[in-house]
Design a protein around this ligand. Structure first.
Ligand code: GN1
Ligand code: MG
Length: 368
């Protein structure tokens, strides 16, 4: 099914007059649809969720429904004392009253509300932006503190489970296709050596969970810079989008993922690999924003593992890109051959920069 054909199935006023690809996600197909009713126009987001990535798309939608109802309640309850109008995408039902439309192969289509007057940035815009991203993530963690993880399904099994990524990687290495690719690519071979030398750092958080040192909470799962909505007028962070990976996880994962994405001004696709690096001033700004919210949490998050999370999540994403490269780019969308290898190398450059600044980073993140 095509997005422009499916759009009219959703319960929006009038008819879809334009449906265009939107955003820069690596996984879902996202479109912006404009619905016109007389002289009024209303935008909405239309998305296809693939079963290839999310084995149970209905679980994704269940989580979104539960989360949305929870957030709406707290938004209403706290509106008076809030300095901004927080907003999150909500489900737009189909004309027959369902949350999504299933396709025969098991993929689903859904429509979400478009958040007007706000924008996202793939790369950091400055200290103020970093502060606001911290604030938005902290707000999300604080608001979901009262949502029991048991109410959420496992939308993406094994997500951020480093031992699983490592096992997938090691089995990929044994495949004959990989062996041939490796003989021809020195950069792929050095990327493999890079990760092999850092297995322990990759596994620090999963080991801490096994040892009962960290507890699971509701997490966003993918709080990269490009998933944080910034109000165009005020520059305030007003909410997170891309809620498909919301499930039980570690808040440390979210913090690590946000920092790896936001505090590297060169972004995930740097012009030159050497440009990738962690900026300590941006990190301070992000942590200051996060702290405003986290200081109001009932149970403060464990600051003790924040450094390990920043390092571990950067290694993990590099490993995921590298594995996908060796597997023939089946998971992440690529824009050119070798793109996933380049993305992996960029994350590994960032890892080196994090390792060099370990002492400073530990000082900044202490006790968040
Ligand atoms: C993917 O689709 P997108 O771009 O929001 C990925 C994240 C990665 C991110 C890196 C479900 O997110 O884990 O950090 O790419 N999402 C999934 O850009 O795997
Ligand atoms: Mg995502």
């Amino acid at each position: 099914m095509r997005a422009d054909l499916i759009a009219s199935e959703f319960s929006l006023p009038g008819l879809p007059v334009a449906v265009r690809p939107f955003g820069s996600g690596n996984i879902n197909d996202t479109y912006l649809a404009i619905f016109r009713d007389g002289r009024n126009e209303q935008p909405a987001i239309i998305q296809k969720i693939r079963r290839k990535i999310f084995p149970e798309p209905a679980a994704v939608m269940h989580n979104l429904r539960v989360l949305s109802e929870h957030l709406q309640k707290s938004l209403v309850a706290n509106a008076a004392e809030s300095d901004r109008a927080w907003r999150f995408p909500e489900i737009i039902k189909t004309k027959s009253g369902k949350d999504f439309i299933a396709e025969s192969e098991g993929d689903i289509w859904r429509a979400l509300t478009f958040i007007p007057g706000a924008q996202t940035f793939e790369t950091v815009q400055g200290l103020g932006h970093a502060f606001e991203v911290g604030r938005a993530l902290g707000y999300f963690h604080r608001q979901t503190e009262t949502l029991p993880t048991a109410q959420l399904k496992e939308a993406l099994p094994g997500f951020h489970h480093a031992p699983r990524y490592l096992a997938d990687f090691e089995s990929t290495l044994k495949q004959s296709g990989t062996q041939a690719l490796l003989r021809a690519s020195t950069s792929a071979r050095s990327a493999i050596d890079f990760i092999m030398a850092r297995k322990a750092a990759l596994l620090t958080l999963s080991t801490a969970i096994e040892q009962g040192k960290l507890k699971l909470s509701v997490t966003h799962g993918d709080p990269k810079s490009g998933n944080v909505m910034i109000d165009k007028q005020t520059g305030h962070g007003i909410g997170l989008i891309d809620l498909d990976t919301v499930q039980a996880g570690l808040r440390e994962h979210d913090i690590g993922d946000a920092v790896r994405s936001l505090c590297n001004p060169a972004g995930e696709d740097p012009i030159q690999l050497g440009d990738a690096g962690l900026d300590l001033e941006l990190l301070k700004a992000f942590i200051n924003g996060y702290r405003i919210e986290s200081s109001m949490m009932l149970a403060r998050p464990e600051g003790g593992f924040a450094y390990d999370a920043i390092l571990g999540m950067t290694l993990e994403l590099g490993l995921r890109f590298l594995t996908d490269h060796l597997n023939g780019d089946r998971y992440f969308k690529v824009r050119h051959p070798g793109h996933n290898l380049y993305r992996a190398q960029a994350q590994f450059k960032l890892v080196e920069s994090i390792e060099r600044q370990e002492r400073e980073i530990r000082e900044i993140v202490q006790g968040i």
